[in-house]
Design a binder for this molecule. Structure first.
Ligand SMILES: Nc1ncnc2c1ncn2[C@@H]1O[C@H](COP(=O)(O)OP(=O)(O)O)[C@@H](O)[C@H]1O
Ligand SMILES: N[C@H](CCC(=O)N[C@@H](CS)C(=O)NCCC(=O)O)C(=O)O
Ligand SMILES: [Mg+2]
Length: 499
């Protein structure tokens, strides 16, 4: 993943000073001059704020930036102004978090459902098949996870066609940016405290964002439930990680607020340095592990050899709290997202009718490729759909002509490979003009945004220790880009100002 902007596009590269008043609504053209001056000042102040507050990422230009902490930093790409978001939809998104948390936990306990729903995908998607193998092994030894920790992020877009808040996906593994996302909210509050008047924006309308502290709290509480004071939290990371500072925010909060030590290891290091004792204790490099927190392991590229799969299995077999467990990981696949959207399926897992209705209201159209009518419609109008493999981490979806060509190809094959994908209704958020700041430069561009709501769930046997909405992440990308993804270099970090 790179944090450099994609290849320069033909878009207008204008300093924000010349930016039209459109970017700050409700400002009369006559006042455009002060607005432009304010925005120009803000770019520099914001970049300084990033540097002094750790809103930073590794700079791809420096080959060591993903390996050596403190080397090759650049401010995280961000939007200079927060994205306007209607309060009603904000409340709806926040309200869904504890319900999705509960749903994940309930579905994770139904091993047969997971195996059955993914059984055809298993035939054609080697990566998902490996995850299912581990899950099957745990079912075979009747492995129980008494302590269960989920640190999720449910992503939404506001569909302008239907004026509704629709879920893009539910991430149950490596939900990134709790650290940097919460910082952007503080950046925008600081900027609007000083410039809000001339821009006509009120800093108090930016919701406080405690994602980092609340995720650290959930990790700290899970560590406490494991009840071994000398144990550590193990963060499983990629060998090269330019987003390490987002992760270190959690490490620091854990240390400072809970006195908990975190060790960072790659899957290969876990395999080389780890073992599971006869009583199930996971020991890495001589340290007992209370909680395994995955910030890697969600993509095939994380498993370049059998060593990494041995590491994943070893951790799963241990008594350490996994975040996520293999079951939680599987619940977050796009195939399960599509299966849960089928009629009468939510009723298998949740009792409260109102909660079920609230979840359903947030579901976009989701179909398997067995639905010939939908496949036909998608071939006719490919731009109204998104074709998704069972992958996480951005850059994997198929759109437009490629979607049509792929569907025609899959139809001809009529093989099992249909089960490797799901079809989803394409959501069309309203685009707005936004000042984006990358590498110290401010661009003005037409953008759309995606709101991620973090949720933390901690359970120990029958006791629900916590089930909270924990702050948010707003990602804003140029509307011409199909994919999102900050790490992938398409989107910038943003925050929300309620309207
Ligand atoms: N139904 C959809 N409508 C519009 N854009 C979508 C839709 N689904 C995904 N996207 C875009 O693709 C990006 C990646 O899709 P997502 O399902 O989140 O996959 P990943 O797990 O790789 O993040 C999203 O951040 C969003 O920008
Ligand atoms: N480098 C890894 C990145 C981990 C990662 O890609 N996580 C997925 C969910 S699986 C995700 O949250 N994607 C949204 C963030 C984006 O837009 O880039 C990390 O930070 O630990
Ligand atoms: Mg996503």
């Amino acid at each position: 993943a790179s944090f450099l902007p994609p290849a320069p596009r033909r878009r207008r590269r204008v300093a924000c000073a010349a930016m039209s008043a459109e970017a700050a609504p409700g400002v009369e053209p006559a006042e455009a001059e002060p607005v432009a001056a304010a925005l120009a000042e803000m770019v520099e102040e914001a970049a300084v704020w990033c540097a002094v507050h750790g809103l930073v990422v590794g700079d791809r230009a420096d080959p060591r930036s993903g390996m050596v902490p403190g080397v090759g930093l650049v401010h995280a790409p961000f939007s200079l102004l927060p994205a306007r978001f209607p309060t009603s939809f904000w409340k709806q998104a926040c309200e869904l978090a504890p319900i999705f948390n509960e749903l994940v936990d309930r579905v994770s306990l139904d091993g047969e459902f997971l195996q059955a729903a993914l059984s055809r995908t298993k035939q054609v998607d080697a990566f998902t098949a490996r995850l299912l193998d581990i899950h099957e092994k745990m079912m075979a030894i009747n492995k129980k996870e008494d302590i269960r920790l989920g640190l999720h992020r449910s992503d939404y877009m506001l569909d302008s066609e239907t004026n509704s808040l629709l879920q893009i996906e539910l991430n149950t593994i490596s939900s990134s940016f709790p650290g940097l996302g919460s910082l952007v909210s503080e950046l925008h509050r600081t900027l609007l405290k000083q410039y809000g008047k001339v821009l006509g924006l009120d800093s108090k309308m930016i919701p406080r964002n405690w994602a980092a502290t609340q995720f650290a709290e959930a990790l700290g509480r899970a560590w406490a439930e494991y009840n071994n004071d000398s144990a550590v939290v193990l963060m499983v990371v990629q060998p090269e990680e330019r987003n390490m500072y987002d992760q270190y925010w959690l490490v620091n909060h854990l240390k400072e607020s809970y006195g908990v030590t975190t060790i960072r290891k790659t899957l290969a290091q876990v395999e080389a340095e780890g073992e599971v004792l006869t009583d199930g204790t996971l020991v890495i490099d001589g340290r007992t592990v209370a909680v395994v927190y995955y910030r890697a392991g969600y993509a095939p590229t994380d498993y370049p050899s059998e060593a990494e799969w041995r590491a994943r299995l070893m951790m799963e077999q241990s008594s350490a709290v996994k975040c996520p467990s293999i079951s939680y990981h599987l619940v977050g696949t796009k195939k399960i997202q599509q299966e849960l959207a089928k009629p009468n399926v939510l009723e298998r897992f949740l009792d409260n009718k109102e909660d079920i209705a609230k979840l359903r209201k947030s579901f976009a159209g989701l179909w398997s490729l067995d639905n010939e009518e939908i496949v036909k419609a998608a071939i006719e109008k490919p731009d109204l759909f998104v074709l998704k493999p069972q992958r996480e981490g951005g850059g994997n979806n198929i759109y437009g002509h490629d979607l049509r060509d792929m569907l025609i190809k899959l139809q001809k094959e009529q093989g099992e490979s249909l089960a490797a994908y799901i079809l989803m209704q394409r959501i069309f958020p309203k685009a707005s003009l936004t000042p984006l700041v990358r590498g110290g430069d401010c661009f003005e561009d037409l953008t759309i945004s995606e709101l991620g709501i973090y949720g933390a769930y901690l359970r120990n046997k029958d006791k629900v220790v916590l089930n909270n909405q924990c702050g948010y992440l707003m990602r804003t990308k140029v509307s011409s880009s199909n994919e999102g993804g900050v790490a992938a270099g398409f989107a910038v970090l943003d925050s929300v100002i309620l309207t």
